[in-house]
Structure formats: C-alpha cells, structure tokens
Design a protein around this ligand. Structure first.
Ligand code: SF4
Ligand code: SF4
Length: 302
C-alpha cells in the first residue's frame, strides 16, 4: 500500500530498505519549526485514532466528528480518515508554538516524516514487506543537518515499531482488498460500514460486540470476550480478525451451531421464496401473452 503521508510532494521518492542511512534531524531551534504542521495531509491508522481519542479523553465518535475527515482509500473501496485541519486553514489543530500538542501520541505519518512507508503484499499472502522512501520538501531544513541515521534506527527513535505492529492488521486488509480485484468485487454498503466502525469507531464497535445479536451469532468464551471488551488494543486486534472473517471469509471466530442452522434455514426460505416469486412471475407473463394471442380478444371482434 502506498502510505506516503505526503502524496503531493513534488519529489519522486526512491524506494529503499530500513538499513539505508539518511541525514536528518528536526529540533526546536530549526528555522522551519512547525512548517510541516502548518499544511497537513495526515492519514490516520486505526491505532492513531485509538491513541488520540484516549489522549483527548473522548469517545471514538466524538473524536472522529471533531478531529477527522473521511476519505476513500481507493475508489469504491474502503474508507479512511485524515486529520481535520483548523477551520478555514491548513494547519493542524494540535500545532502549538512549542511544537506538537499531542507529541507522545502523534500519528504514524508525523512520526515517519520525512520518511514515507510503502507496504507491499505478495498475492495471496498476508505477509507485507515494507519499503521506504525519503520525502525531501524544500521547506524542511532537517535534511541539511549532518546527523546520519539508518531508517531502522529512526523508526525506533520515533516509537514506530509499536505503531506499525498495531496497524499491520489494517494495512493487510487494505492490501488484500486492493489485490483481490474483481474476485471480491465492490464491497456492499454494509461491509464498508462495518469496516469503518471496526477500524475507527472503536467505542461503537465495542457496543456491537457486546450486543445480544453478536453473541447470538458468534461463540466467544466469556473470559476472552471480557478481555476483548475491556481493552482498546485487544478490541482493535479483534476488529481486524472480525473483518478478515466478514470481508474475506477467513474464519477465526467460531459461529454458534444454532445460528449456523438458523442462517441455513433463512437462506433456504429465501431461496424458496425467490423460486416461488420467479415461478409466479413467469406464470403471469405466460397468461398475459396467451390472452393477447386469443383471436376473440382483439378489437376486431367489435
Ligand atoms: S499531530 Fe502534531 S506532529 Fe502531527 S501534524 Fe499535528 S502538530 Fe504536527
Ligand atoms: S525540520 Fe522538517 S520536520 Fe522538522 S519542523 Fe522543519 S519542516 Fe518540520
């Protein structure tokens, strides 16, 4: 997946792996301080949303409404969210004269900058491989600093291993959707809504998992369910499992036998109803065709 946080950068990035050394340092006394936060285009991972809503002590719905705008990750495909800039401007709402107001919970793209993460997935594999690129924008003076650091060390310095680990399930879903093409086809409106809720609106997803309807369908031991519901990170990881099952049929959450039976019954009833309706329609069409062809039915009998 192209996760370049600055896709409109005029610089065409060259891809490299984590052992590549770059010259870069950003610090409070640099002449371009806050320039990058004054004109933002920051896509958020589900873990970014989780960290920020916890930081701001908001429910996921309120956080999404106030601080994000939705966008389409790909046409007719899955939805993402970006940070919403200040009203009528392009600056980040968290920017302060001292720097980032949510620094220890800042999003993945802010941590990576000026490195861009590019994940790729081999067909039919869930193993994604990371490559990186350097975004060299003229306003960013950090590139002129002589400090040399490998991308791997830069990632560690910026706390990215944790962020990448907890976004892996989400990136894999997007890569799988992108590479599955017409075999999966256009996802239904409901599956797109489920994707959005499970990935970003975590508190609503918690209510959904805690609902009676959910436990009627899925067979999750009580102890496991409590762990899932009691911790945002566990819930998020469960969300990716749930989506792999509902979007791609990769079953890892047991279904209750009776609900499987009920589903089969409902499906059979539905098939019977559709067959009956089709037969009735054909009968009606035949009847009306027969009537028209009857000689005594034409106007000429008048
Ligand atoms: S979240 Fe922080 S680092 Fe990221 S754009 Fe906003 S102010 Fe800058
Ligand atoms: S050096 Fe680059 S990353 Fe740091 S404040 Fe300046 S523009 Fe932003």
């Amino acid at each position: 997946m192209d996760n370049n946080p600055f896709p409109d950068s005029p610089v065409m990035p060259t891809m490299f792996d984590g052992s590549k050394a770059i010259n870069f340092r950003c610090h409070r006394d640099i002449g371009c301080w806050n320039a990058c936060c004054s004109n933002i285009d920051i896509s958020l991972t589900p873990y970014d949303v989780l960290r920020l809503k916890q930081r701001l002590e908001l429910g996921s719905g309120e956080f999404l409404n106030t601080y994000t705008v939705p966008y389409e990750i790909e046409k007719d495909g899955l939805a993402g969210v970006k940070l919403r800039p200040v009203d009528g401007g392009t600056a980040c709402r968290f920017m302060t004269p001292e720097g980032c107001g949510v620094y220890s919970d800042r999003p993945t793209a802010c941590r990576y900058y000026p490195v861009a993460l590019l994940s790729m997935r081999k067909q039919d594999e869930y193993i994604d491989q990371n490559s990186y690129a350097l975004v060299q924008e003229p306003h960013c003076l950090g590139h002129q600093d002589p400090r040399s650091i490998t991308v791997n060390d830069y990632r560690a310095e910026q706390g990215l291993p944790e962020y990448d680990d907890l976004a892996r399930g989400w990136r894999q879903l997007i890569l799988k959707k992108k590479s599955s093409g017409p075999s999966i086809g256009k996802p239904s409106k409901r599956s797109l809504q489920l994707f959005f809720m499970a990935c970003y609106d975590l508190d609503r997803f918690r209510e959904f998992v805690a609902s009676e309807g959910f436990s009627d369908l899925f067979d999750i031991p009580d102890e496991e369910l409590l762990k899932i519901l009691g911790d945002d990170v566990n819930l998020l990881e469960f969300a990716f499992r749930f989506l792999r099952q509902t979007l791609f049929g990769e079953t890892s959450i047991a279904l209750r036998a009776e609900s499987v039976e009920k589903r089969k019954e409902r499906q059979q009833e539905r098939n019977l109803r559709l067959e009956r309706e089709a037969a009735e329609r054909m009968e009606r069409e035949e009847d009306s065709g027969f009537d028209e062809d009857l000689p005594g039915n034409s106007c000429s009998s008048n």
